[in-house]
Write a protein that binds this ligand. Structure first.
Ligand code: PEP
Ligand code: MN
Length: 332
């Protein structure tokens, strides 16, 4: 439920109302805005007398949020959420380009790619240390050593880093990681989401291979309901009947999620398409339909990548794409 307060209400009146609501056992989220403060209320609705609230002198309107997702709901918080990571900002008109290899392979590779993507125009460096591979016989990532190398690349390049967590027991290794990624395969690992909700780290939450937008938003809600409001949604393609591309990039998700939620939306055209040649056009399409960021896989030697080489851009292709994205953003 949300309460829109009148613009002319004083801070004493607002504070008084908030403490009264809290006294009723409600969780109160406060969103100050130009048109007056909006209060988001979470709690047992049966205990609330809506007529009474609506009749209060400083209340403009009381509205029920009927969707099951509350804290990530656009109606709960009308302003776009902006997430700051290092010097980068994502959401509310701010755009970030995230680039790097599928997996951290060795020191030379990650340091070189970090330098190259920075020079090309990336604001964040990505790289997997813990890899969710379909086959147990494939490269599983360097684990803790991969995180150590990413932190070295962060220090040397100055780029904030994004990397995936698969098991909450590894959380202490992520202390200096800037954005924790929850991969498509873990989108509904609710225990993991709840634990990440107890941290204050930005979480890049990827849409599951066969999950609806409502399910994605409910997973964001799991993180937010534990206190962490720093969630970035990521569309990375869903499984459909076509087999030419690795997945089907659902770009409708971008404007739809913006309508439903105030959280930033990033698009990953690399896992969505599986083919390097399809990445630039789909990245441009993502920008054109309003994505707050694009995450692409870049490798210094795609032919010899240990993971996802076919969908990885080389540094030159990445720099070219970054230039085109800047040009496109300047006209939309
Ligand atoms: C990744 O980004 O490294 C990854 C494994 O992606 P996804 O979870 O979308 O498959
Ligand atoms: Mn990959």
């Amino acid at each position: 439920m949300i309460m829109v307060l009148k613009k002319e209400s004083t801070s004493t009146q607002v504070d008084h109302l908030i403490s009264w609501l809290k006294g009723q056992g409600l969780e109160v989220h406060i969103f100050p805005g130009d048109k007056g403060t909006v209060l988001g209320l979470i709690g047992d609705k049966k205990k609330i007398d809506i007529e009474l609230l609506a009749g209060l002198e400083i209340v403009e309107a009381v509205r029920d949020v009927t969707e099951p997702f509350k804290q990530c709901n656009r109606r709960f918080c009308p302003e776009d959420t902006v997430i700051s990571v290092g010097n980068a900002k994502i959401g509310g008109g701010h755009f970030a380009l995230i680039a790097g290899p599928c997996s951290v392979e060795n020191e030379e590779q990650i340091l070189q790619v970090a330098r190259q993507v920075k020079a090309g125009g990336a604001e964040l460096l990505r790289g997997g240390a813990f890899k969710p591979r379909t086959s147990p016989y494939d490269f599983q990532g360097l684990g803790a050593e991969g995180i150590r190398l990413l932190l070295q690349a962060k220090r040397e390049s100055g780029l904030p880093i994004v990397t995936e967590i698969m098991n909450i027991n590894a959380l202490e290794l992520f202390a200096e990681v800037d954005v924790i990624q929850v991969g498509a395969r873990n989108m509904q690992n609710f225990d993991l989401l709840k634990e990440l909700g107890k941290t204050s780290k930005p979480i890049l939450l990827k849409r599951g291979l066969a999950n609806t937008l409502k399910e994605l938003l409910m997973s964001a809600e799991y993180i937010m309901s534990e206190g962490n409001q720093n969630v970035i949604l990521c569309e990375r393609g869903i499984r459909t009947f076509d087999t030419y591309a690795r997945n089907t990039l659902d770009l409708t998700a971008v404007p739809m999620l913006h309508e439903l939620s105030h959280l930033p939306v990033v698009v990953d055209p690399s896992h969505a398409t599986g083919k390097a040649g399809l990445v630039p056009p789909m990245a441009m399409a993502a920008v054109a339909c309003g994505a707050d960021g694009v995450m692409v896989e870049v490798h210094n030697d795609p032919l010899h990548a240990l993971c996802d080489g076919a969908q990885s851009l080389d540094p030159e292709q990445f720099a070219d794409l970054a230039k085109k994205i800047r040009a496109l953003r300047s006209v939309i």
